[in-house]
Write a new protein. Sequence first.
Lengths: 257, 14
Amino acid sequence: MLELRLVQGGLLKKVLESLKDLVNDANFDCSASGFSLQAMDSSHVALVALLLRSEGFEHYRCDRNLSLGMNLNNMAKMLKCAANDDIVTIKADDASDSVTFMFESPNQDKIADFEMKLMDIDSEHLGIPEAEFQAIVRMPSAEFARICKDLSTIGDTVVISVTKEGVKFSTRGDIGTANIVCRQNPSIDKPEEATIIEMEEPVSLTFALRYMNSFTKATPLANQVTISLSADLPVVVEYRVAEMGYIRFYLAPKIEE
Amino acid sequence: DIFQRVLVEYFDSK
């Protein structure tokens, strides 16, 4: 028996909106520690890892580990039927082939339940070790989204370079080139507007903008995004999900050969 | 030429 009650139901709506274009079908893994997901896009270039810790739920009951295979587009369709301030409860029986989403309005005057069929999904799980990164950039998520969107009108790839001067996003295309430099800005009064760069060594990596743009669908979840870079390792683009967890996107770099 | 790598070149399958 699984029963997860999330008062901030709007968070789950935002999580699904940020996943559904990258991944079609995925297994949500439920255990005593939380509700998580790891899935790759169809070309196995990008991966998303989601964790919502059990403490973040108002009520969290998970009698035994369960894996719920869901079509993310269909799940997003159902969650779109919840209001942003609704309380969302996810329910499933151990042997059931369906999951129920219950939406309650904050004053309890409207209660809806939507039942969705589960799927058997044969997914590949990757072991991702904790890594030390050469550079970690924390910046406003809206600024990062704007940069990715702007650069993708000019080129297909972005070179992200971190030096002690700042972080530079560069692209080139048929019509020309573009460089955007963001300097460190601690913004003590408004921490959500800060740009903080922790650099062990300068690093420069090339990525497909199409995927970066897809990751920025998570912008409504968090004011800040963290971009972790190391030479010849996938970049990690992380958005915190309130106080309860994170959504991390991994993208393999492009390599010149 | 620039080649796009895949994630299994970095992370092992569990």
